[in-house]
Design a protein around this ligand. Structure first.
Ligand code: IVH
Length: 726
C-alpha cells in the first residue's frame, strides 16, 4: 500500500483530527459511489489505502475516532432497500470522446454508417452533459407511475416515492402527451443548493463530497421526507418507451418535453457541421464555471430520429450520440514504488504508488502503468512512446485523471530523475505465488502460470464472481473475501465461489458450545450480528441469477458481459449451453469445420472462433466442471433466459451475405439492419447461406453463390423484400 506524505507518527493531534474528518468524508463518498451509485472513482487499492490510513491514525489517537468514522461502518447504503424495476427499453450510456480529432472521427463514422454523400446535410444537437444521475420516469395515462434509477441499464431501483417529492417533476402530463411515455433525464443538485445543504448538514457530521454525490445520496433515502428536504432538480433530455412517436427530431421532442412542464437545458442547440459542434463545445466549456450546476462535457446527438433509428445501438451505447468530455486533469508527483497486481487470469499489472496528489479535487495515490512495455517506453505496436523514455521509481511523473477512469502516468520529467535511478525490472515470477510469469508471443501482458495454486488468482476470481455485473453480492468486498479466503476455519473458509453459498449453512451448523468462538462470524471484528444477517440475506437473494450473469461470473477468458449475454440469448438455459460446449470438438486444423455443436457456438451472433475456443476450453477442464457442479449443488440456479419474441420479418432466421458495393447503405448499416430483422450476417458463402445480396463488382462470393444454388438478389430487391421503399 502507498505510504502517505506525512507519516502517521509525525502528525500533531490537530492535523490528525483534520485528516480524520477529511478521510471520513472522502471514504463516505467512495462508499456511496461504489455501493449506491455503482460508479466508483478510485480503484479498490486506493480505497483500501485511505481506509488503512484512517485506521492507523485512529490507532495512534483513539480519542479522535469520529462517530462517522469509516472503521465503524461496513459497506454502505443497503442495495435491496428499493424494489427492482426492469426498464422497458434499456437505459444506455454514452461513448466518450476527448479530443477535437475524436469528434471529427465520430461525425465521419456516422456519415460512413449512413453512406451519406459528402454534400448531404447532417444535423446534430449539442447540449451540456449534466453531472448527476440518470432517471427514467414512466407515465401511464399521463400520470407518473414509476421512477427508476439506471442501475445496470437493464434493471434499476424503484425510487418513485422519493421522486414524487421533487417539485419540478410533473406528476401529471397534459392531454397531448401519449398514453405511455417514459421521460428520461438527469437528477442533479445546483452548486449553491449543495453548499447550503452542506452547511445545514455540517452539525450532523454527515456531508457529501460534491453535488453529484449529494443528489445521489439524497435520492437513495428510505424516508421520502428526507428526500423532500433536499433541493433536487431534474433536466429532461431523452425518452424511453412511448406509445406513439413523439416527433421527428431530437430537438423538437426535447422542446415538447419542455412544453409538458419539464425543465430542459437552455444551452441545447442544433449544429450543422463538425466545426459548429466544436465551437459550441468550447463555448460551453468557457461557461462551465458560471453555470449553476456541474457538467462534465458536451453531448452530441444526431438530430433526425429516423437517422437515429437507422444508426441503432452497439451493446451499451447508441451509435448516434457521444459525450465530448472536458479535458482530463493532470498533476505532477513522485513515483515511490511500482507494485504488481495479479488478476484472475494471472495477468500481472504494474501499479504506480505515488506521493499523494490532488488531481481535480480527488486525492490520487495509485495509477496504472498498463504493462511492462509501457514502463519501458514502448507502445502497443512496438513503437516508441514518450520519445522512448522509460519510467523509474523515484521519477517525477505526470498523472492524469479523466472522469471515472483509473488515473494513469503519462510521462516523466527527465530533468528531475535522481542520478542513481535504475531501469525498472519487470518480475519474471508471480509476486504472490512465486510461479513463473510468462509473456506469450505477441502479447503485452505477462501472466502468472500458477493457475489454481495462485491465491491472488483465486481471490480475484471470487471478486469477479461477486462483482456488480456478475452475482452482485453486497457486503463481500475485497477485504471480506481476503478474510474468508485466508481463514483456516472450516465454518468460514471461502476458497471457491460455491463456498459463498454454503457459508450460512456451515455457520448455522456450529454447535452452541462454540458460541463465543472465532469460528462464528459475528464474533469477528468488523462483522457483528446485524451485518452477518445482511450478508447472508445478500447471498440468499442471489441464489437465483440471470443466465448471462452466471456465465459472466464464471470468468471465462474473452467472455465479458456482452458475450455472456449473446450466449445466454442463444442457448436460453445453462444446460443447453454447457451441453454444446462440452460436446463441441475443436476443429483440428484450419478450415476444418468441426462438429455441429462447434458450428452452433461459432454461429451465435457476435461470437467468433476465439471466444468459442475459450468457452470449449473452459468446459474441457475437469476442475472448471467441478466448480460449476459445486455451485449448482450449493443451490445456485441460473434462470432460463426468456426467448426473445421471434422477430417476424421475411429474413428472420436466415443467413445472409452482402457482397459487392452497396449504394444506399453502408456495409455496417446493412449488417445492423439485417440483424435487427432477426437474420444472421456471414462473411463468406457456404451451403448454409440462404441469401446473397450482391451489388456491382461482386466477384468470388457471387460465383460461389451460383455454384451452391443460393438465391442472389440486388440492393433494391433487398429493400423490397424487407418492406422498405428504397
Ligand atoms: S443522453 C442513449 N444527454 O450521461 C443516450 N445523457 O455517460 C442517453 N447525461 O447515463 C443519454 N447529461 O446519465 C444524455 N444531456 C445529456 C446528458 C446525459 C448527462 C448522463 C446520463 C447518461 C450518462 C452517459
Amino acid at each position: 500500500m502507498a505510504r502517505p506524505a506525512i507519516s502517521v507518527e509525525s502528525l500533531t493531534q490537530e492535523e490528525a483530527a483534520a485528516e480524520l474528518a477529511r478521510l471520513a468524508e472522502e471514504i463516505a463518498g467512495h462508499d456511496r459511489r461504489y455501493h449506491a451509485e455503482d460508479a466508483p472513482t478510485v480503484s479498490d487499492a486506493e480505497y483500501d489505502a485511505l481506509k488503512l490510513r484512517n485506521a492507523a491514525i485512529e490507532a495512534r489517537f483513539p480519542k479522535l475516532m469520529r462517530d462517522d468514522s469509516p472503521s465503524r461502518a461496513i459497506g454502505a447504503a443497503p442495495s435491496g432497500a428499493f424494489a427492482q424495476v426492469r426498464h422497458s427499453r434499456p437505459m444506455l450510456s454514452l461513448d466518450n470522446v476527448f479530443t477535437d480529432d475524436d469528434v471529427v472521427d465520430f461525425v465521419a463514422s456516422v456519415r460512413r454508417f449512413l453512406s451519406l454523400a459528402p454534400e448531404a446535410e447532417l444535423v446534430f444537437t449539442a447540449e451540456p452533459k449534466i453531472d448527476g444521475l440518470s432517471m427514467s420516469l414512466r407515465y401511464e395515462n399521463r400520470r407518473l407511475v414509476t421512477a427508476a434509477t439506471r442501475g445496470d441499464g437493464t434493471t434499476g431501483e424503484n425510487v418513485t416515492a422519493n421522486i414524487r417529492t421533487i417539485g419540478e417533476i410533473p406528476q401529471q402530463l397534459p392531454k397531448d402527451a401519449p398514453d405511455i411515455v417514459e421521460v428520461r433525464g438527469e437528477v442533479y443538485m445546483r452548486r449553491d443548493d449543495f453548499f447550503d445543504l452542506q452547511k445545514r448538514m455540517a452539525e450532523t457530521g454527515q456531508t457529501f463530497a460534491n453535488p453529484r454525490n449529494s443528489a445521489a445520496g439524497s435520492l437513495r433515502q428510505k424516508n421520502p421526507e428526507v428526500t423532500k428536504s433536499r433541493p433536487l432538480k431534474f433536466f429532461a433530455y431523452a425518452w424511453g418507451e412511448a406509445s406513439e412517436p413523439l416527433g421527428t427530431t431530437q430537438y423538437d421532442v426535447v422542446q415538447r418535453l419542455g412544453d409538458w412542464g419539464f425543465r430542459i437545458n437552455d444551452r441545447m442547440v442544433r449544429c450543422g457541421s463538425t466545426e459548429e459542434l466544436l465551437r459550441r463545445y468550447h463555448e460551453i466549456e468557457a461557461e462551465r464555471a458560471e453555470l449553476p450546476y456541474d457538467i462534465d462535457g458536451v453531448v452530441y446527438k444526431v438530430d433526425r430520429l429516423d437517422l437515429q433509428e437507422r444508426l441503432g445501438f452497439r451493446s451499451r451505447s447508441p451509435r448516434w450520440a457521444t459525450a465530448h468530455k472536458f479535458a482530463a486533469e493532470k498533476a505532477i508527483t513522485v513515483l515511490k514504488a511500482i507494485d504488481i497486481q495479479v488478476g484472475r487470469t494471472g495477468a500481472m499489472t504494474p501499479v504506480a504508488r505515488l506521493e499523494p496528489v490532488t488531481v481535480g479535487g480527488v486525492v490520487v495515490v495509485n495509477a496504472t502503468l498498463h504493462n511492462e512495455d509501457y514502463i519501458k517506453g514502448i507502445g502497443n505496436s512496438g513503437q516508441p512512446i514518450r520519445e522512448g523514455r522509460d519510467i523509474r521509481v523515484g521519477d517525477t511523473v505526470i498523472v492524469q485523471r479523466a472522469g471515472d477512469v483509473i488515473p494513469q502516468i503519462l510521462d516523466i520529467l527527465p530533468e528531475k530523475r535522481p542520478p542513481n535511478s535504475a531501469p525498472y525490472v519487470f518480475p519474471d515470477r508471480c509476486p504472490v505465488c512465486g510461479s513463473h510469469a510468462v509473456r506469450e508471443e505477441g502479447e503485452a501482458v505477462r501472466r502468472c502460470t500458477g493457475g489454481l495454486i495462485c491465491s491472488a488468482q483465486a481471490v480475484e476470481r471470487i471478486r469477479h464472481f461477486v462483482s456488480r455485473n456478475a452475482f452482485d453480492i453486497e457486503g463481500l468486498g475485497e477485504k471480506q473475501i481476503e478474510f474468508f479466503f485466508n481463514s483456516d476455519k472450516a465454518a468460514l473458509k471461502i476458497a471457491a465461489p460455491a463456498d459463498i453459498f454454503t457459508l450460512r449453512r456451515r455457520q448455522e451448523a456450529l454447535p452452541a458450545t462454540l458460541d463465543g468462538s472465532l469460528e462464528r462470524l459475528e464474533n469477528i471484528d468488523g462483522f457483528g450480528a446485524v451485518s452477518v444477517k445482511k450478508l447472508f440475506d445478500a447471498i440468499d437473494i442471489r441464489r437465483e441469477v440471470a443466465l448471462s450473469r452466471f456465465v459472466y461470473a464464471l470468468g471465462i477468458r474473452h467472455i465479458g458481459e456482452t458475450n455472456a449475454k449473446r450466449l445466454a440469448r442463444h442457448f436460453l438455459s445453462f444446460e443447453a449451453l454447457r451441453k454444446a460446449a462440452e460436446a463441441a470438438k475443436m476443429p483440428e486444423g484450419k478450415g476444418d469445420p468441426g462438429n455441429a455443436e462447434w458450428q452452433e457456438i461459432v454461429g451465435v451472433n457476435g461470437i467468433g472462433g476465439i471466444v468459442a475456443e475459450a468457452l470449449v476450453d473452459f468446459f474441457a477442464e475437469a476442475h472448471n466442471r467441478e466448480a460449476v457442479d459445486a455451485l449448482l449443488a450449493a443451490g445456485v440456479t441460473p434462470l432460463d433466459e426468456e426467448p426473445v419474441a421471434a422477430v417476424s420479418s421475411p429474413v428472420a432466421g436466415k443467413t445472409i451475405v452482402f457482397t459487392g458495393s452497396l449504394e444506399k447503405m453502408s456495409r455496417d448499416e446493412a449488417k445492423a439492419m439485417a440483424e435487427r430483422l432477426g437474420a444472421k450476417v456471414a462473411g463468406s458463402v457456404s451451403k448454409k447461406t440462404d441469401l446473397v445480396v450482391a451489388g456491382p463488382g461482386a466477384g468470388s462470393k457471387l460465383k460461389q453463390a451460383t455454384e451452391f444454388g443460393v438465391e442472389v438478389i440486388d440492393e433494391d430487391q433487398w429493400f423490397e423484400r424487407i418492406g422498405h421503399n428504397a
